[in-house]
Ligand binder design. Structure first.
Ligand SMILES: NC(=O)c1ccc[n+]([C@@H]2O[C@H](COP(=O)([O-])OP(=O)(O)OC[C@H]3O[C@@H](n4cnc5c(N)ncnc54)[C@H](O)[C@@H]3O)[C@@H](O)[C@H]2O)c1
Length: 360
């Protein structure tokens, strides 16, 4: 079968993950890599010598032989790239968020839903095996009726002022994945939310936030997210889990970023499952896209731009609510500077920034 040709735009941390997965896949061939940064282009030439490596995205959009674009630059360039891709008839795999503002995200949704091309966005938790197993248990009625969702994700990851802070505080940048996940499990839309945040290290924005509330169908949830989990601890760790509690049974998962663990305590089954964690599940996302392109029918598992726009908008609303609810500040700028310095020198840790050629 002939390979589907891809132009990869943005060759930072995520772009490099995509390249690895496209190279592993039988279905795709990366024919362009585009980055505005010269060091990233040097690295791209080394890692994929067969691809054309360019600085200007328009070369990718102008080439009729490119079937798919993978948009892995930052959100501020995404709407423009989505517009160009649709005009050029190219399928789109986009990183989240799909644009830099809520208004632009909804413009992207509208365009994509009218367009003939396939589009998807890397809301990677929808493609995680452990959430698939748990949603299946819910949908089969193993828990009775789903009533309560408890979600927590705290790591010593990106500190304020690092990485993609332009895309919002950690509850938007990372938290939108969990906001999306709760809606995906609930099969319903958010009805109420009450958020409490804290401005750790006295940063202008909350870097930890907890929100609880209800969905239209009555399911209640709480979500806790923060990149505030011991950045200066001698030995770093994290705490990440999802618990789904029904009227008759429950299930839960956790992971250590290497292995994910699921426990199902259903009415007719008790299971403990351990399997490799699976990272950002890009292999699954691109395989859904390949299947959709080849069959001409959109794979219903594939996350949609609409899912991402709703999760992004909802996480902004939750952040706004946290600002209305006291929002205390604890810690100092000096502590934050110590964290930045510490993370600059870390070789192994959580959400480390790419160091271009040096760390690959
Ligand atoms: N789905 C997820 O779980 C997940 C995880 C991390 C990051 N992300 C998202 O992925 C995107 C990229 O994040 P990252 O961590 O790889 O960032 P990064 O800074 O490591 O990489 C971005 C790259 O894009 C390049 N770039 C910027 N504008 C460009 C343009 N117009 N044309 C070509 N290249 C351009 C930059 O030079 C840089 O190399 C962000 O929007 C981020 O929110 C998603």
């Amino acid at each position: 079968m002939t390979k589907i040709t891809v132009g990869l735009i943005g060759f930072g941390r995520m772009g490099r993950y995509y390249l690895k997965e496209f190279q592993r896949s039988e279905a795709f061939e990366v024919v362009y890599i585009c980055d505005i940064d010269a060091e990233c282009r040097e690295l791209a030439k080394r890692l994929e010598p067969k691809a054309q490596v360019v600085a200007n995205e328009d070369e990718v959009f102008a080439d009729h032989s490119v079937q798919v674009v993978a948009l892995c630059a930052m959100a501020d360039s995404r709407l423009q790239q989505i517009t160009k891709a649709i005009a050029a008839g190219k399928h789109i795999i986009a990183e989240k968020p799909i644009a830099a503002t809520i208004e632009h995200e909804w413009q992207a949704v509208e365009m994509a839903e009218k367009a003939k091309v396939m589009s998807t966005v890397n809301m990677y938790l929808q493609n995680a095996w452990y959430h698939g197993v748990m949603r299946d248990a819910v949908d089969r009625g193993e828990l009775g009726e789903l009533a309560i969702m408890r979600i927590c994700h705290m790591t010593p990851g990106l500190a304020p002022g690092e990485g993609h802070e332009a895309e919002g505080p950690s509850f938007h940048d990372c938290g939108m994945h969990y906001v999306n996940l709760a809606r995906w499990y609930a099969h319903s839309e958010y009805k109420t939310w009450h958020a409490q945040g804290i401005r750790m290290w006295s940063w202008k924005d909350p870097w930890w936030l907890q929100v609880h509330g209800t969905f239209e169908n009555g399911i209640v949830y709480d979500i806790t997210q923060g990149f505030v989990y011991g950045q200066l601890s001698q030995q770093q760790t994290h705490n990440s889990y999802v618990e789904l509690i029904g009227t008759k049974g429950f299930c839960r998962m956790t992971h250590d970023f290497k292995t994910a663990f699921v426990d199902i305590h259903g009415i007719s089954e008790t299971q403990h499952i351990e399997r490799p964690f699976g990272g950002k599940n890009i292999d699954r996302l691109i395989s859904e896209m390949a299947q959709s392109i080849r069959s001409g029918v959109r794979d219903p598992q594939m996350p949609a731009f609409r899912d991402s726009a709703i999760a992004s908008q909802q996480s902004w609303l939750m952040l706004e609510d946290a600002r209305r609810n006291d929002l205390p500040a604890i810690g100092t700028r000096e502590e934050l500077e110590e964290i930045w310095e510490h993370r600059r020198n870390l070789k192994d840790g959580y959400g480390l920034l790419p160091r271009n050629n040096k760390n690959v």
